[in-house]
Design a protein around this ligand. Structure first.
Ligand SMILES: [Fe+2]
Length: 229
């Protein structure tokens, strides 16, 4: 830290993917999928709310929609940064939008890449500020690192590590997440894929972008302890 005495200034960046909201035609199919994935899928106001066991944060909501699609993305910022973000968005020429139907009105809503509605909202930092716990079998035990399927224990994700979004223009989307959201590039391959992290601390990537025909949610991923029952 420098002359800022431990404050976040002048760094202005989102610190977490606070929540993503995804529409699907059948919530029961989604419940089976995410429960099998090891998530705590709860009914909340007609939506399926996704939690990790033992963690209070709600990482995502799955809602009914005609087609499977990403509806909006809520990114977490520090309370001290809200006013600064208002100025920053104006300076960047970011388009402010009304909240999508069913979304909260708090925070700042922005038109994101590929037509994605993006919300900046004050939230507790939920992305990891330090590496996740790891546990590997010893390399010298003359056994593979991965157990056989019959011995594999149920996965229990600890937190949301990252999401990977499809984009029709990865370079343009990357510039949005860099210039407007404050994320930083971790790695990329041409204009095909880019991995971005938060300078406030996150895993290798908080958001990744992959070339496709347009917007989509490729996957969400969380860190697990292999031995967690
Ligand atoms: Fe991933």
């Amino acid at each position: 830290m420098t002359q800022n005495q431990g404050k976040h200034e002048p760094l202005l960046a989102v610190h977490s993917v606070d929540e993503f909201v995804f529409g699907v035609p059948d919530l029961e199919v989604a419940r089976h999928f995410y429960s099998s994935f090891g998530l705590d899928a709860r009914d909340e106001r007609g939506a399926l709310a996704l939690y990790t066991f033992g963690h209070p944060h709600r990482w995502a909501r799955i809602v009914r929609a005609d087609t499977k699609r990403l509806l909006w993305l809520s990114l977490g910022i520090y309370a001290d940064d809200l006013a600064r973000y208002e100025e920053h968005l104006a300076a960047q020429g970011a388009e402010r939008i009304a909240p999508p139907s069913g979304a909260g009105t708090d925070g700042l809503w922005i038109q994101g890449p590929d037509g994605l509605a993006v919300q900046l909202r004050v939230a507790e930092k939920s992305s990891p500020s330090q590496p996740s716990p790891r546990e590997f079998p010893p390399e010298s035990a003359n056994v593979g690192r991965s157990p056989s399927r019959s011995k594999a224990q149920a996965a229990r994700p600890l937190y949301l590590s990252h999401i990977l979004l499809f984009s029709a223009d990865v370079d343009s989307a990357r510039r949005f997440y860099e210039d407007v959201m404050g994320l930083r590039l971790s790695d990329k391959s041409g204009s095909v894929i880019a991995f971005m992290h938060s300078p406030h601390g996150s895993d290798h990537h908080l958001i990744a972008l992959a070339k496709s025909e347009g917007l989509g949610l490729h996957h969400s991923s969380g860190a697990c302890l292999p031995s967690t029952p």
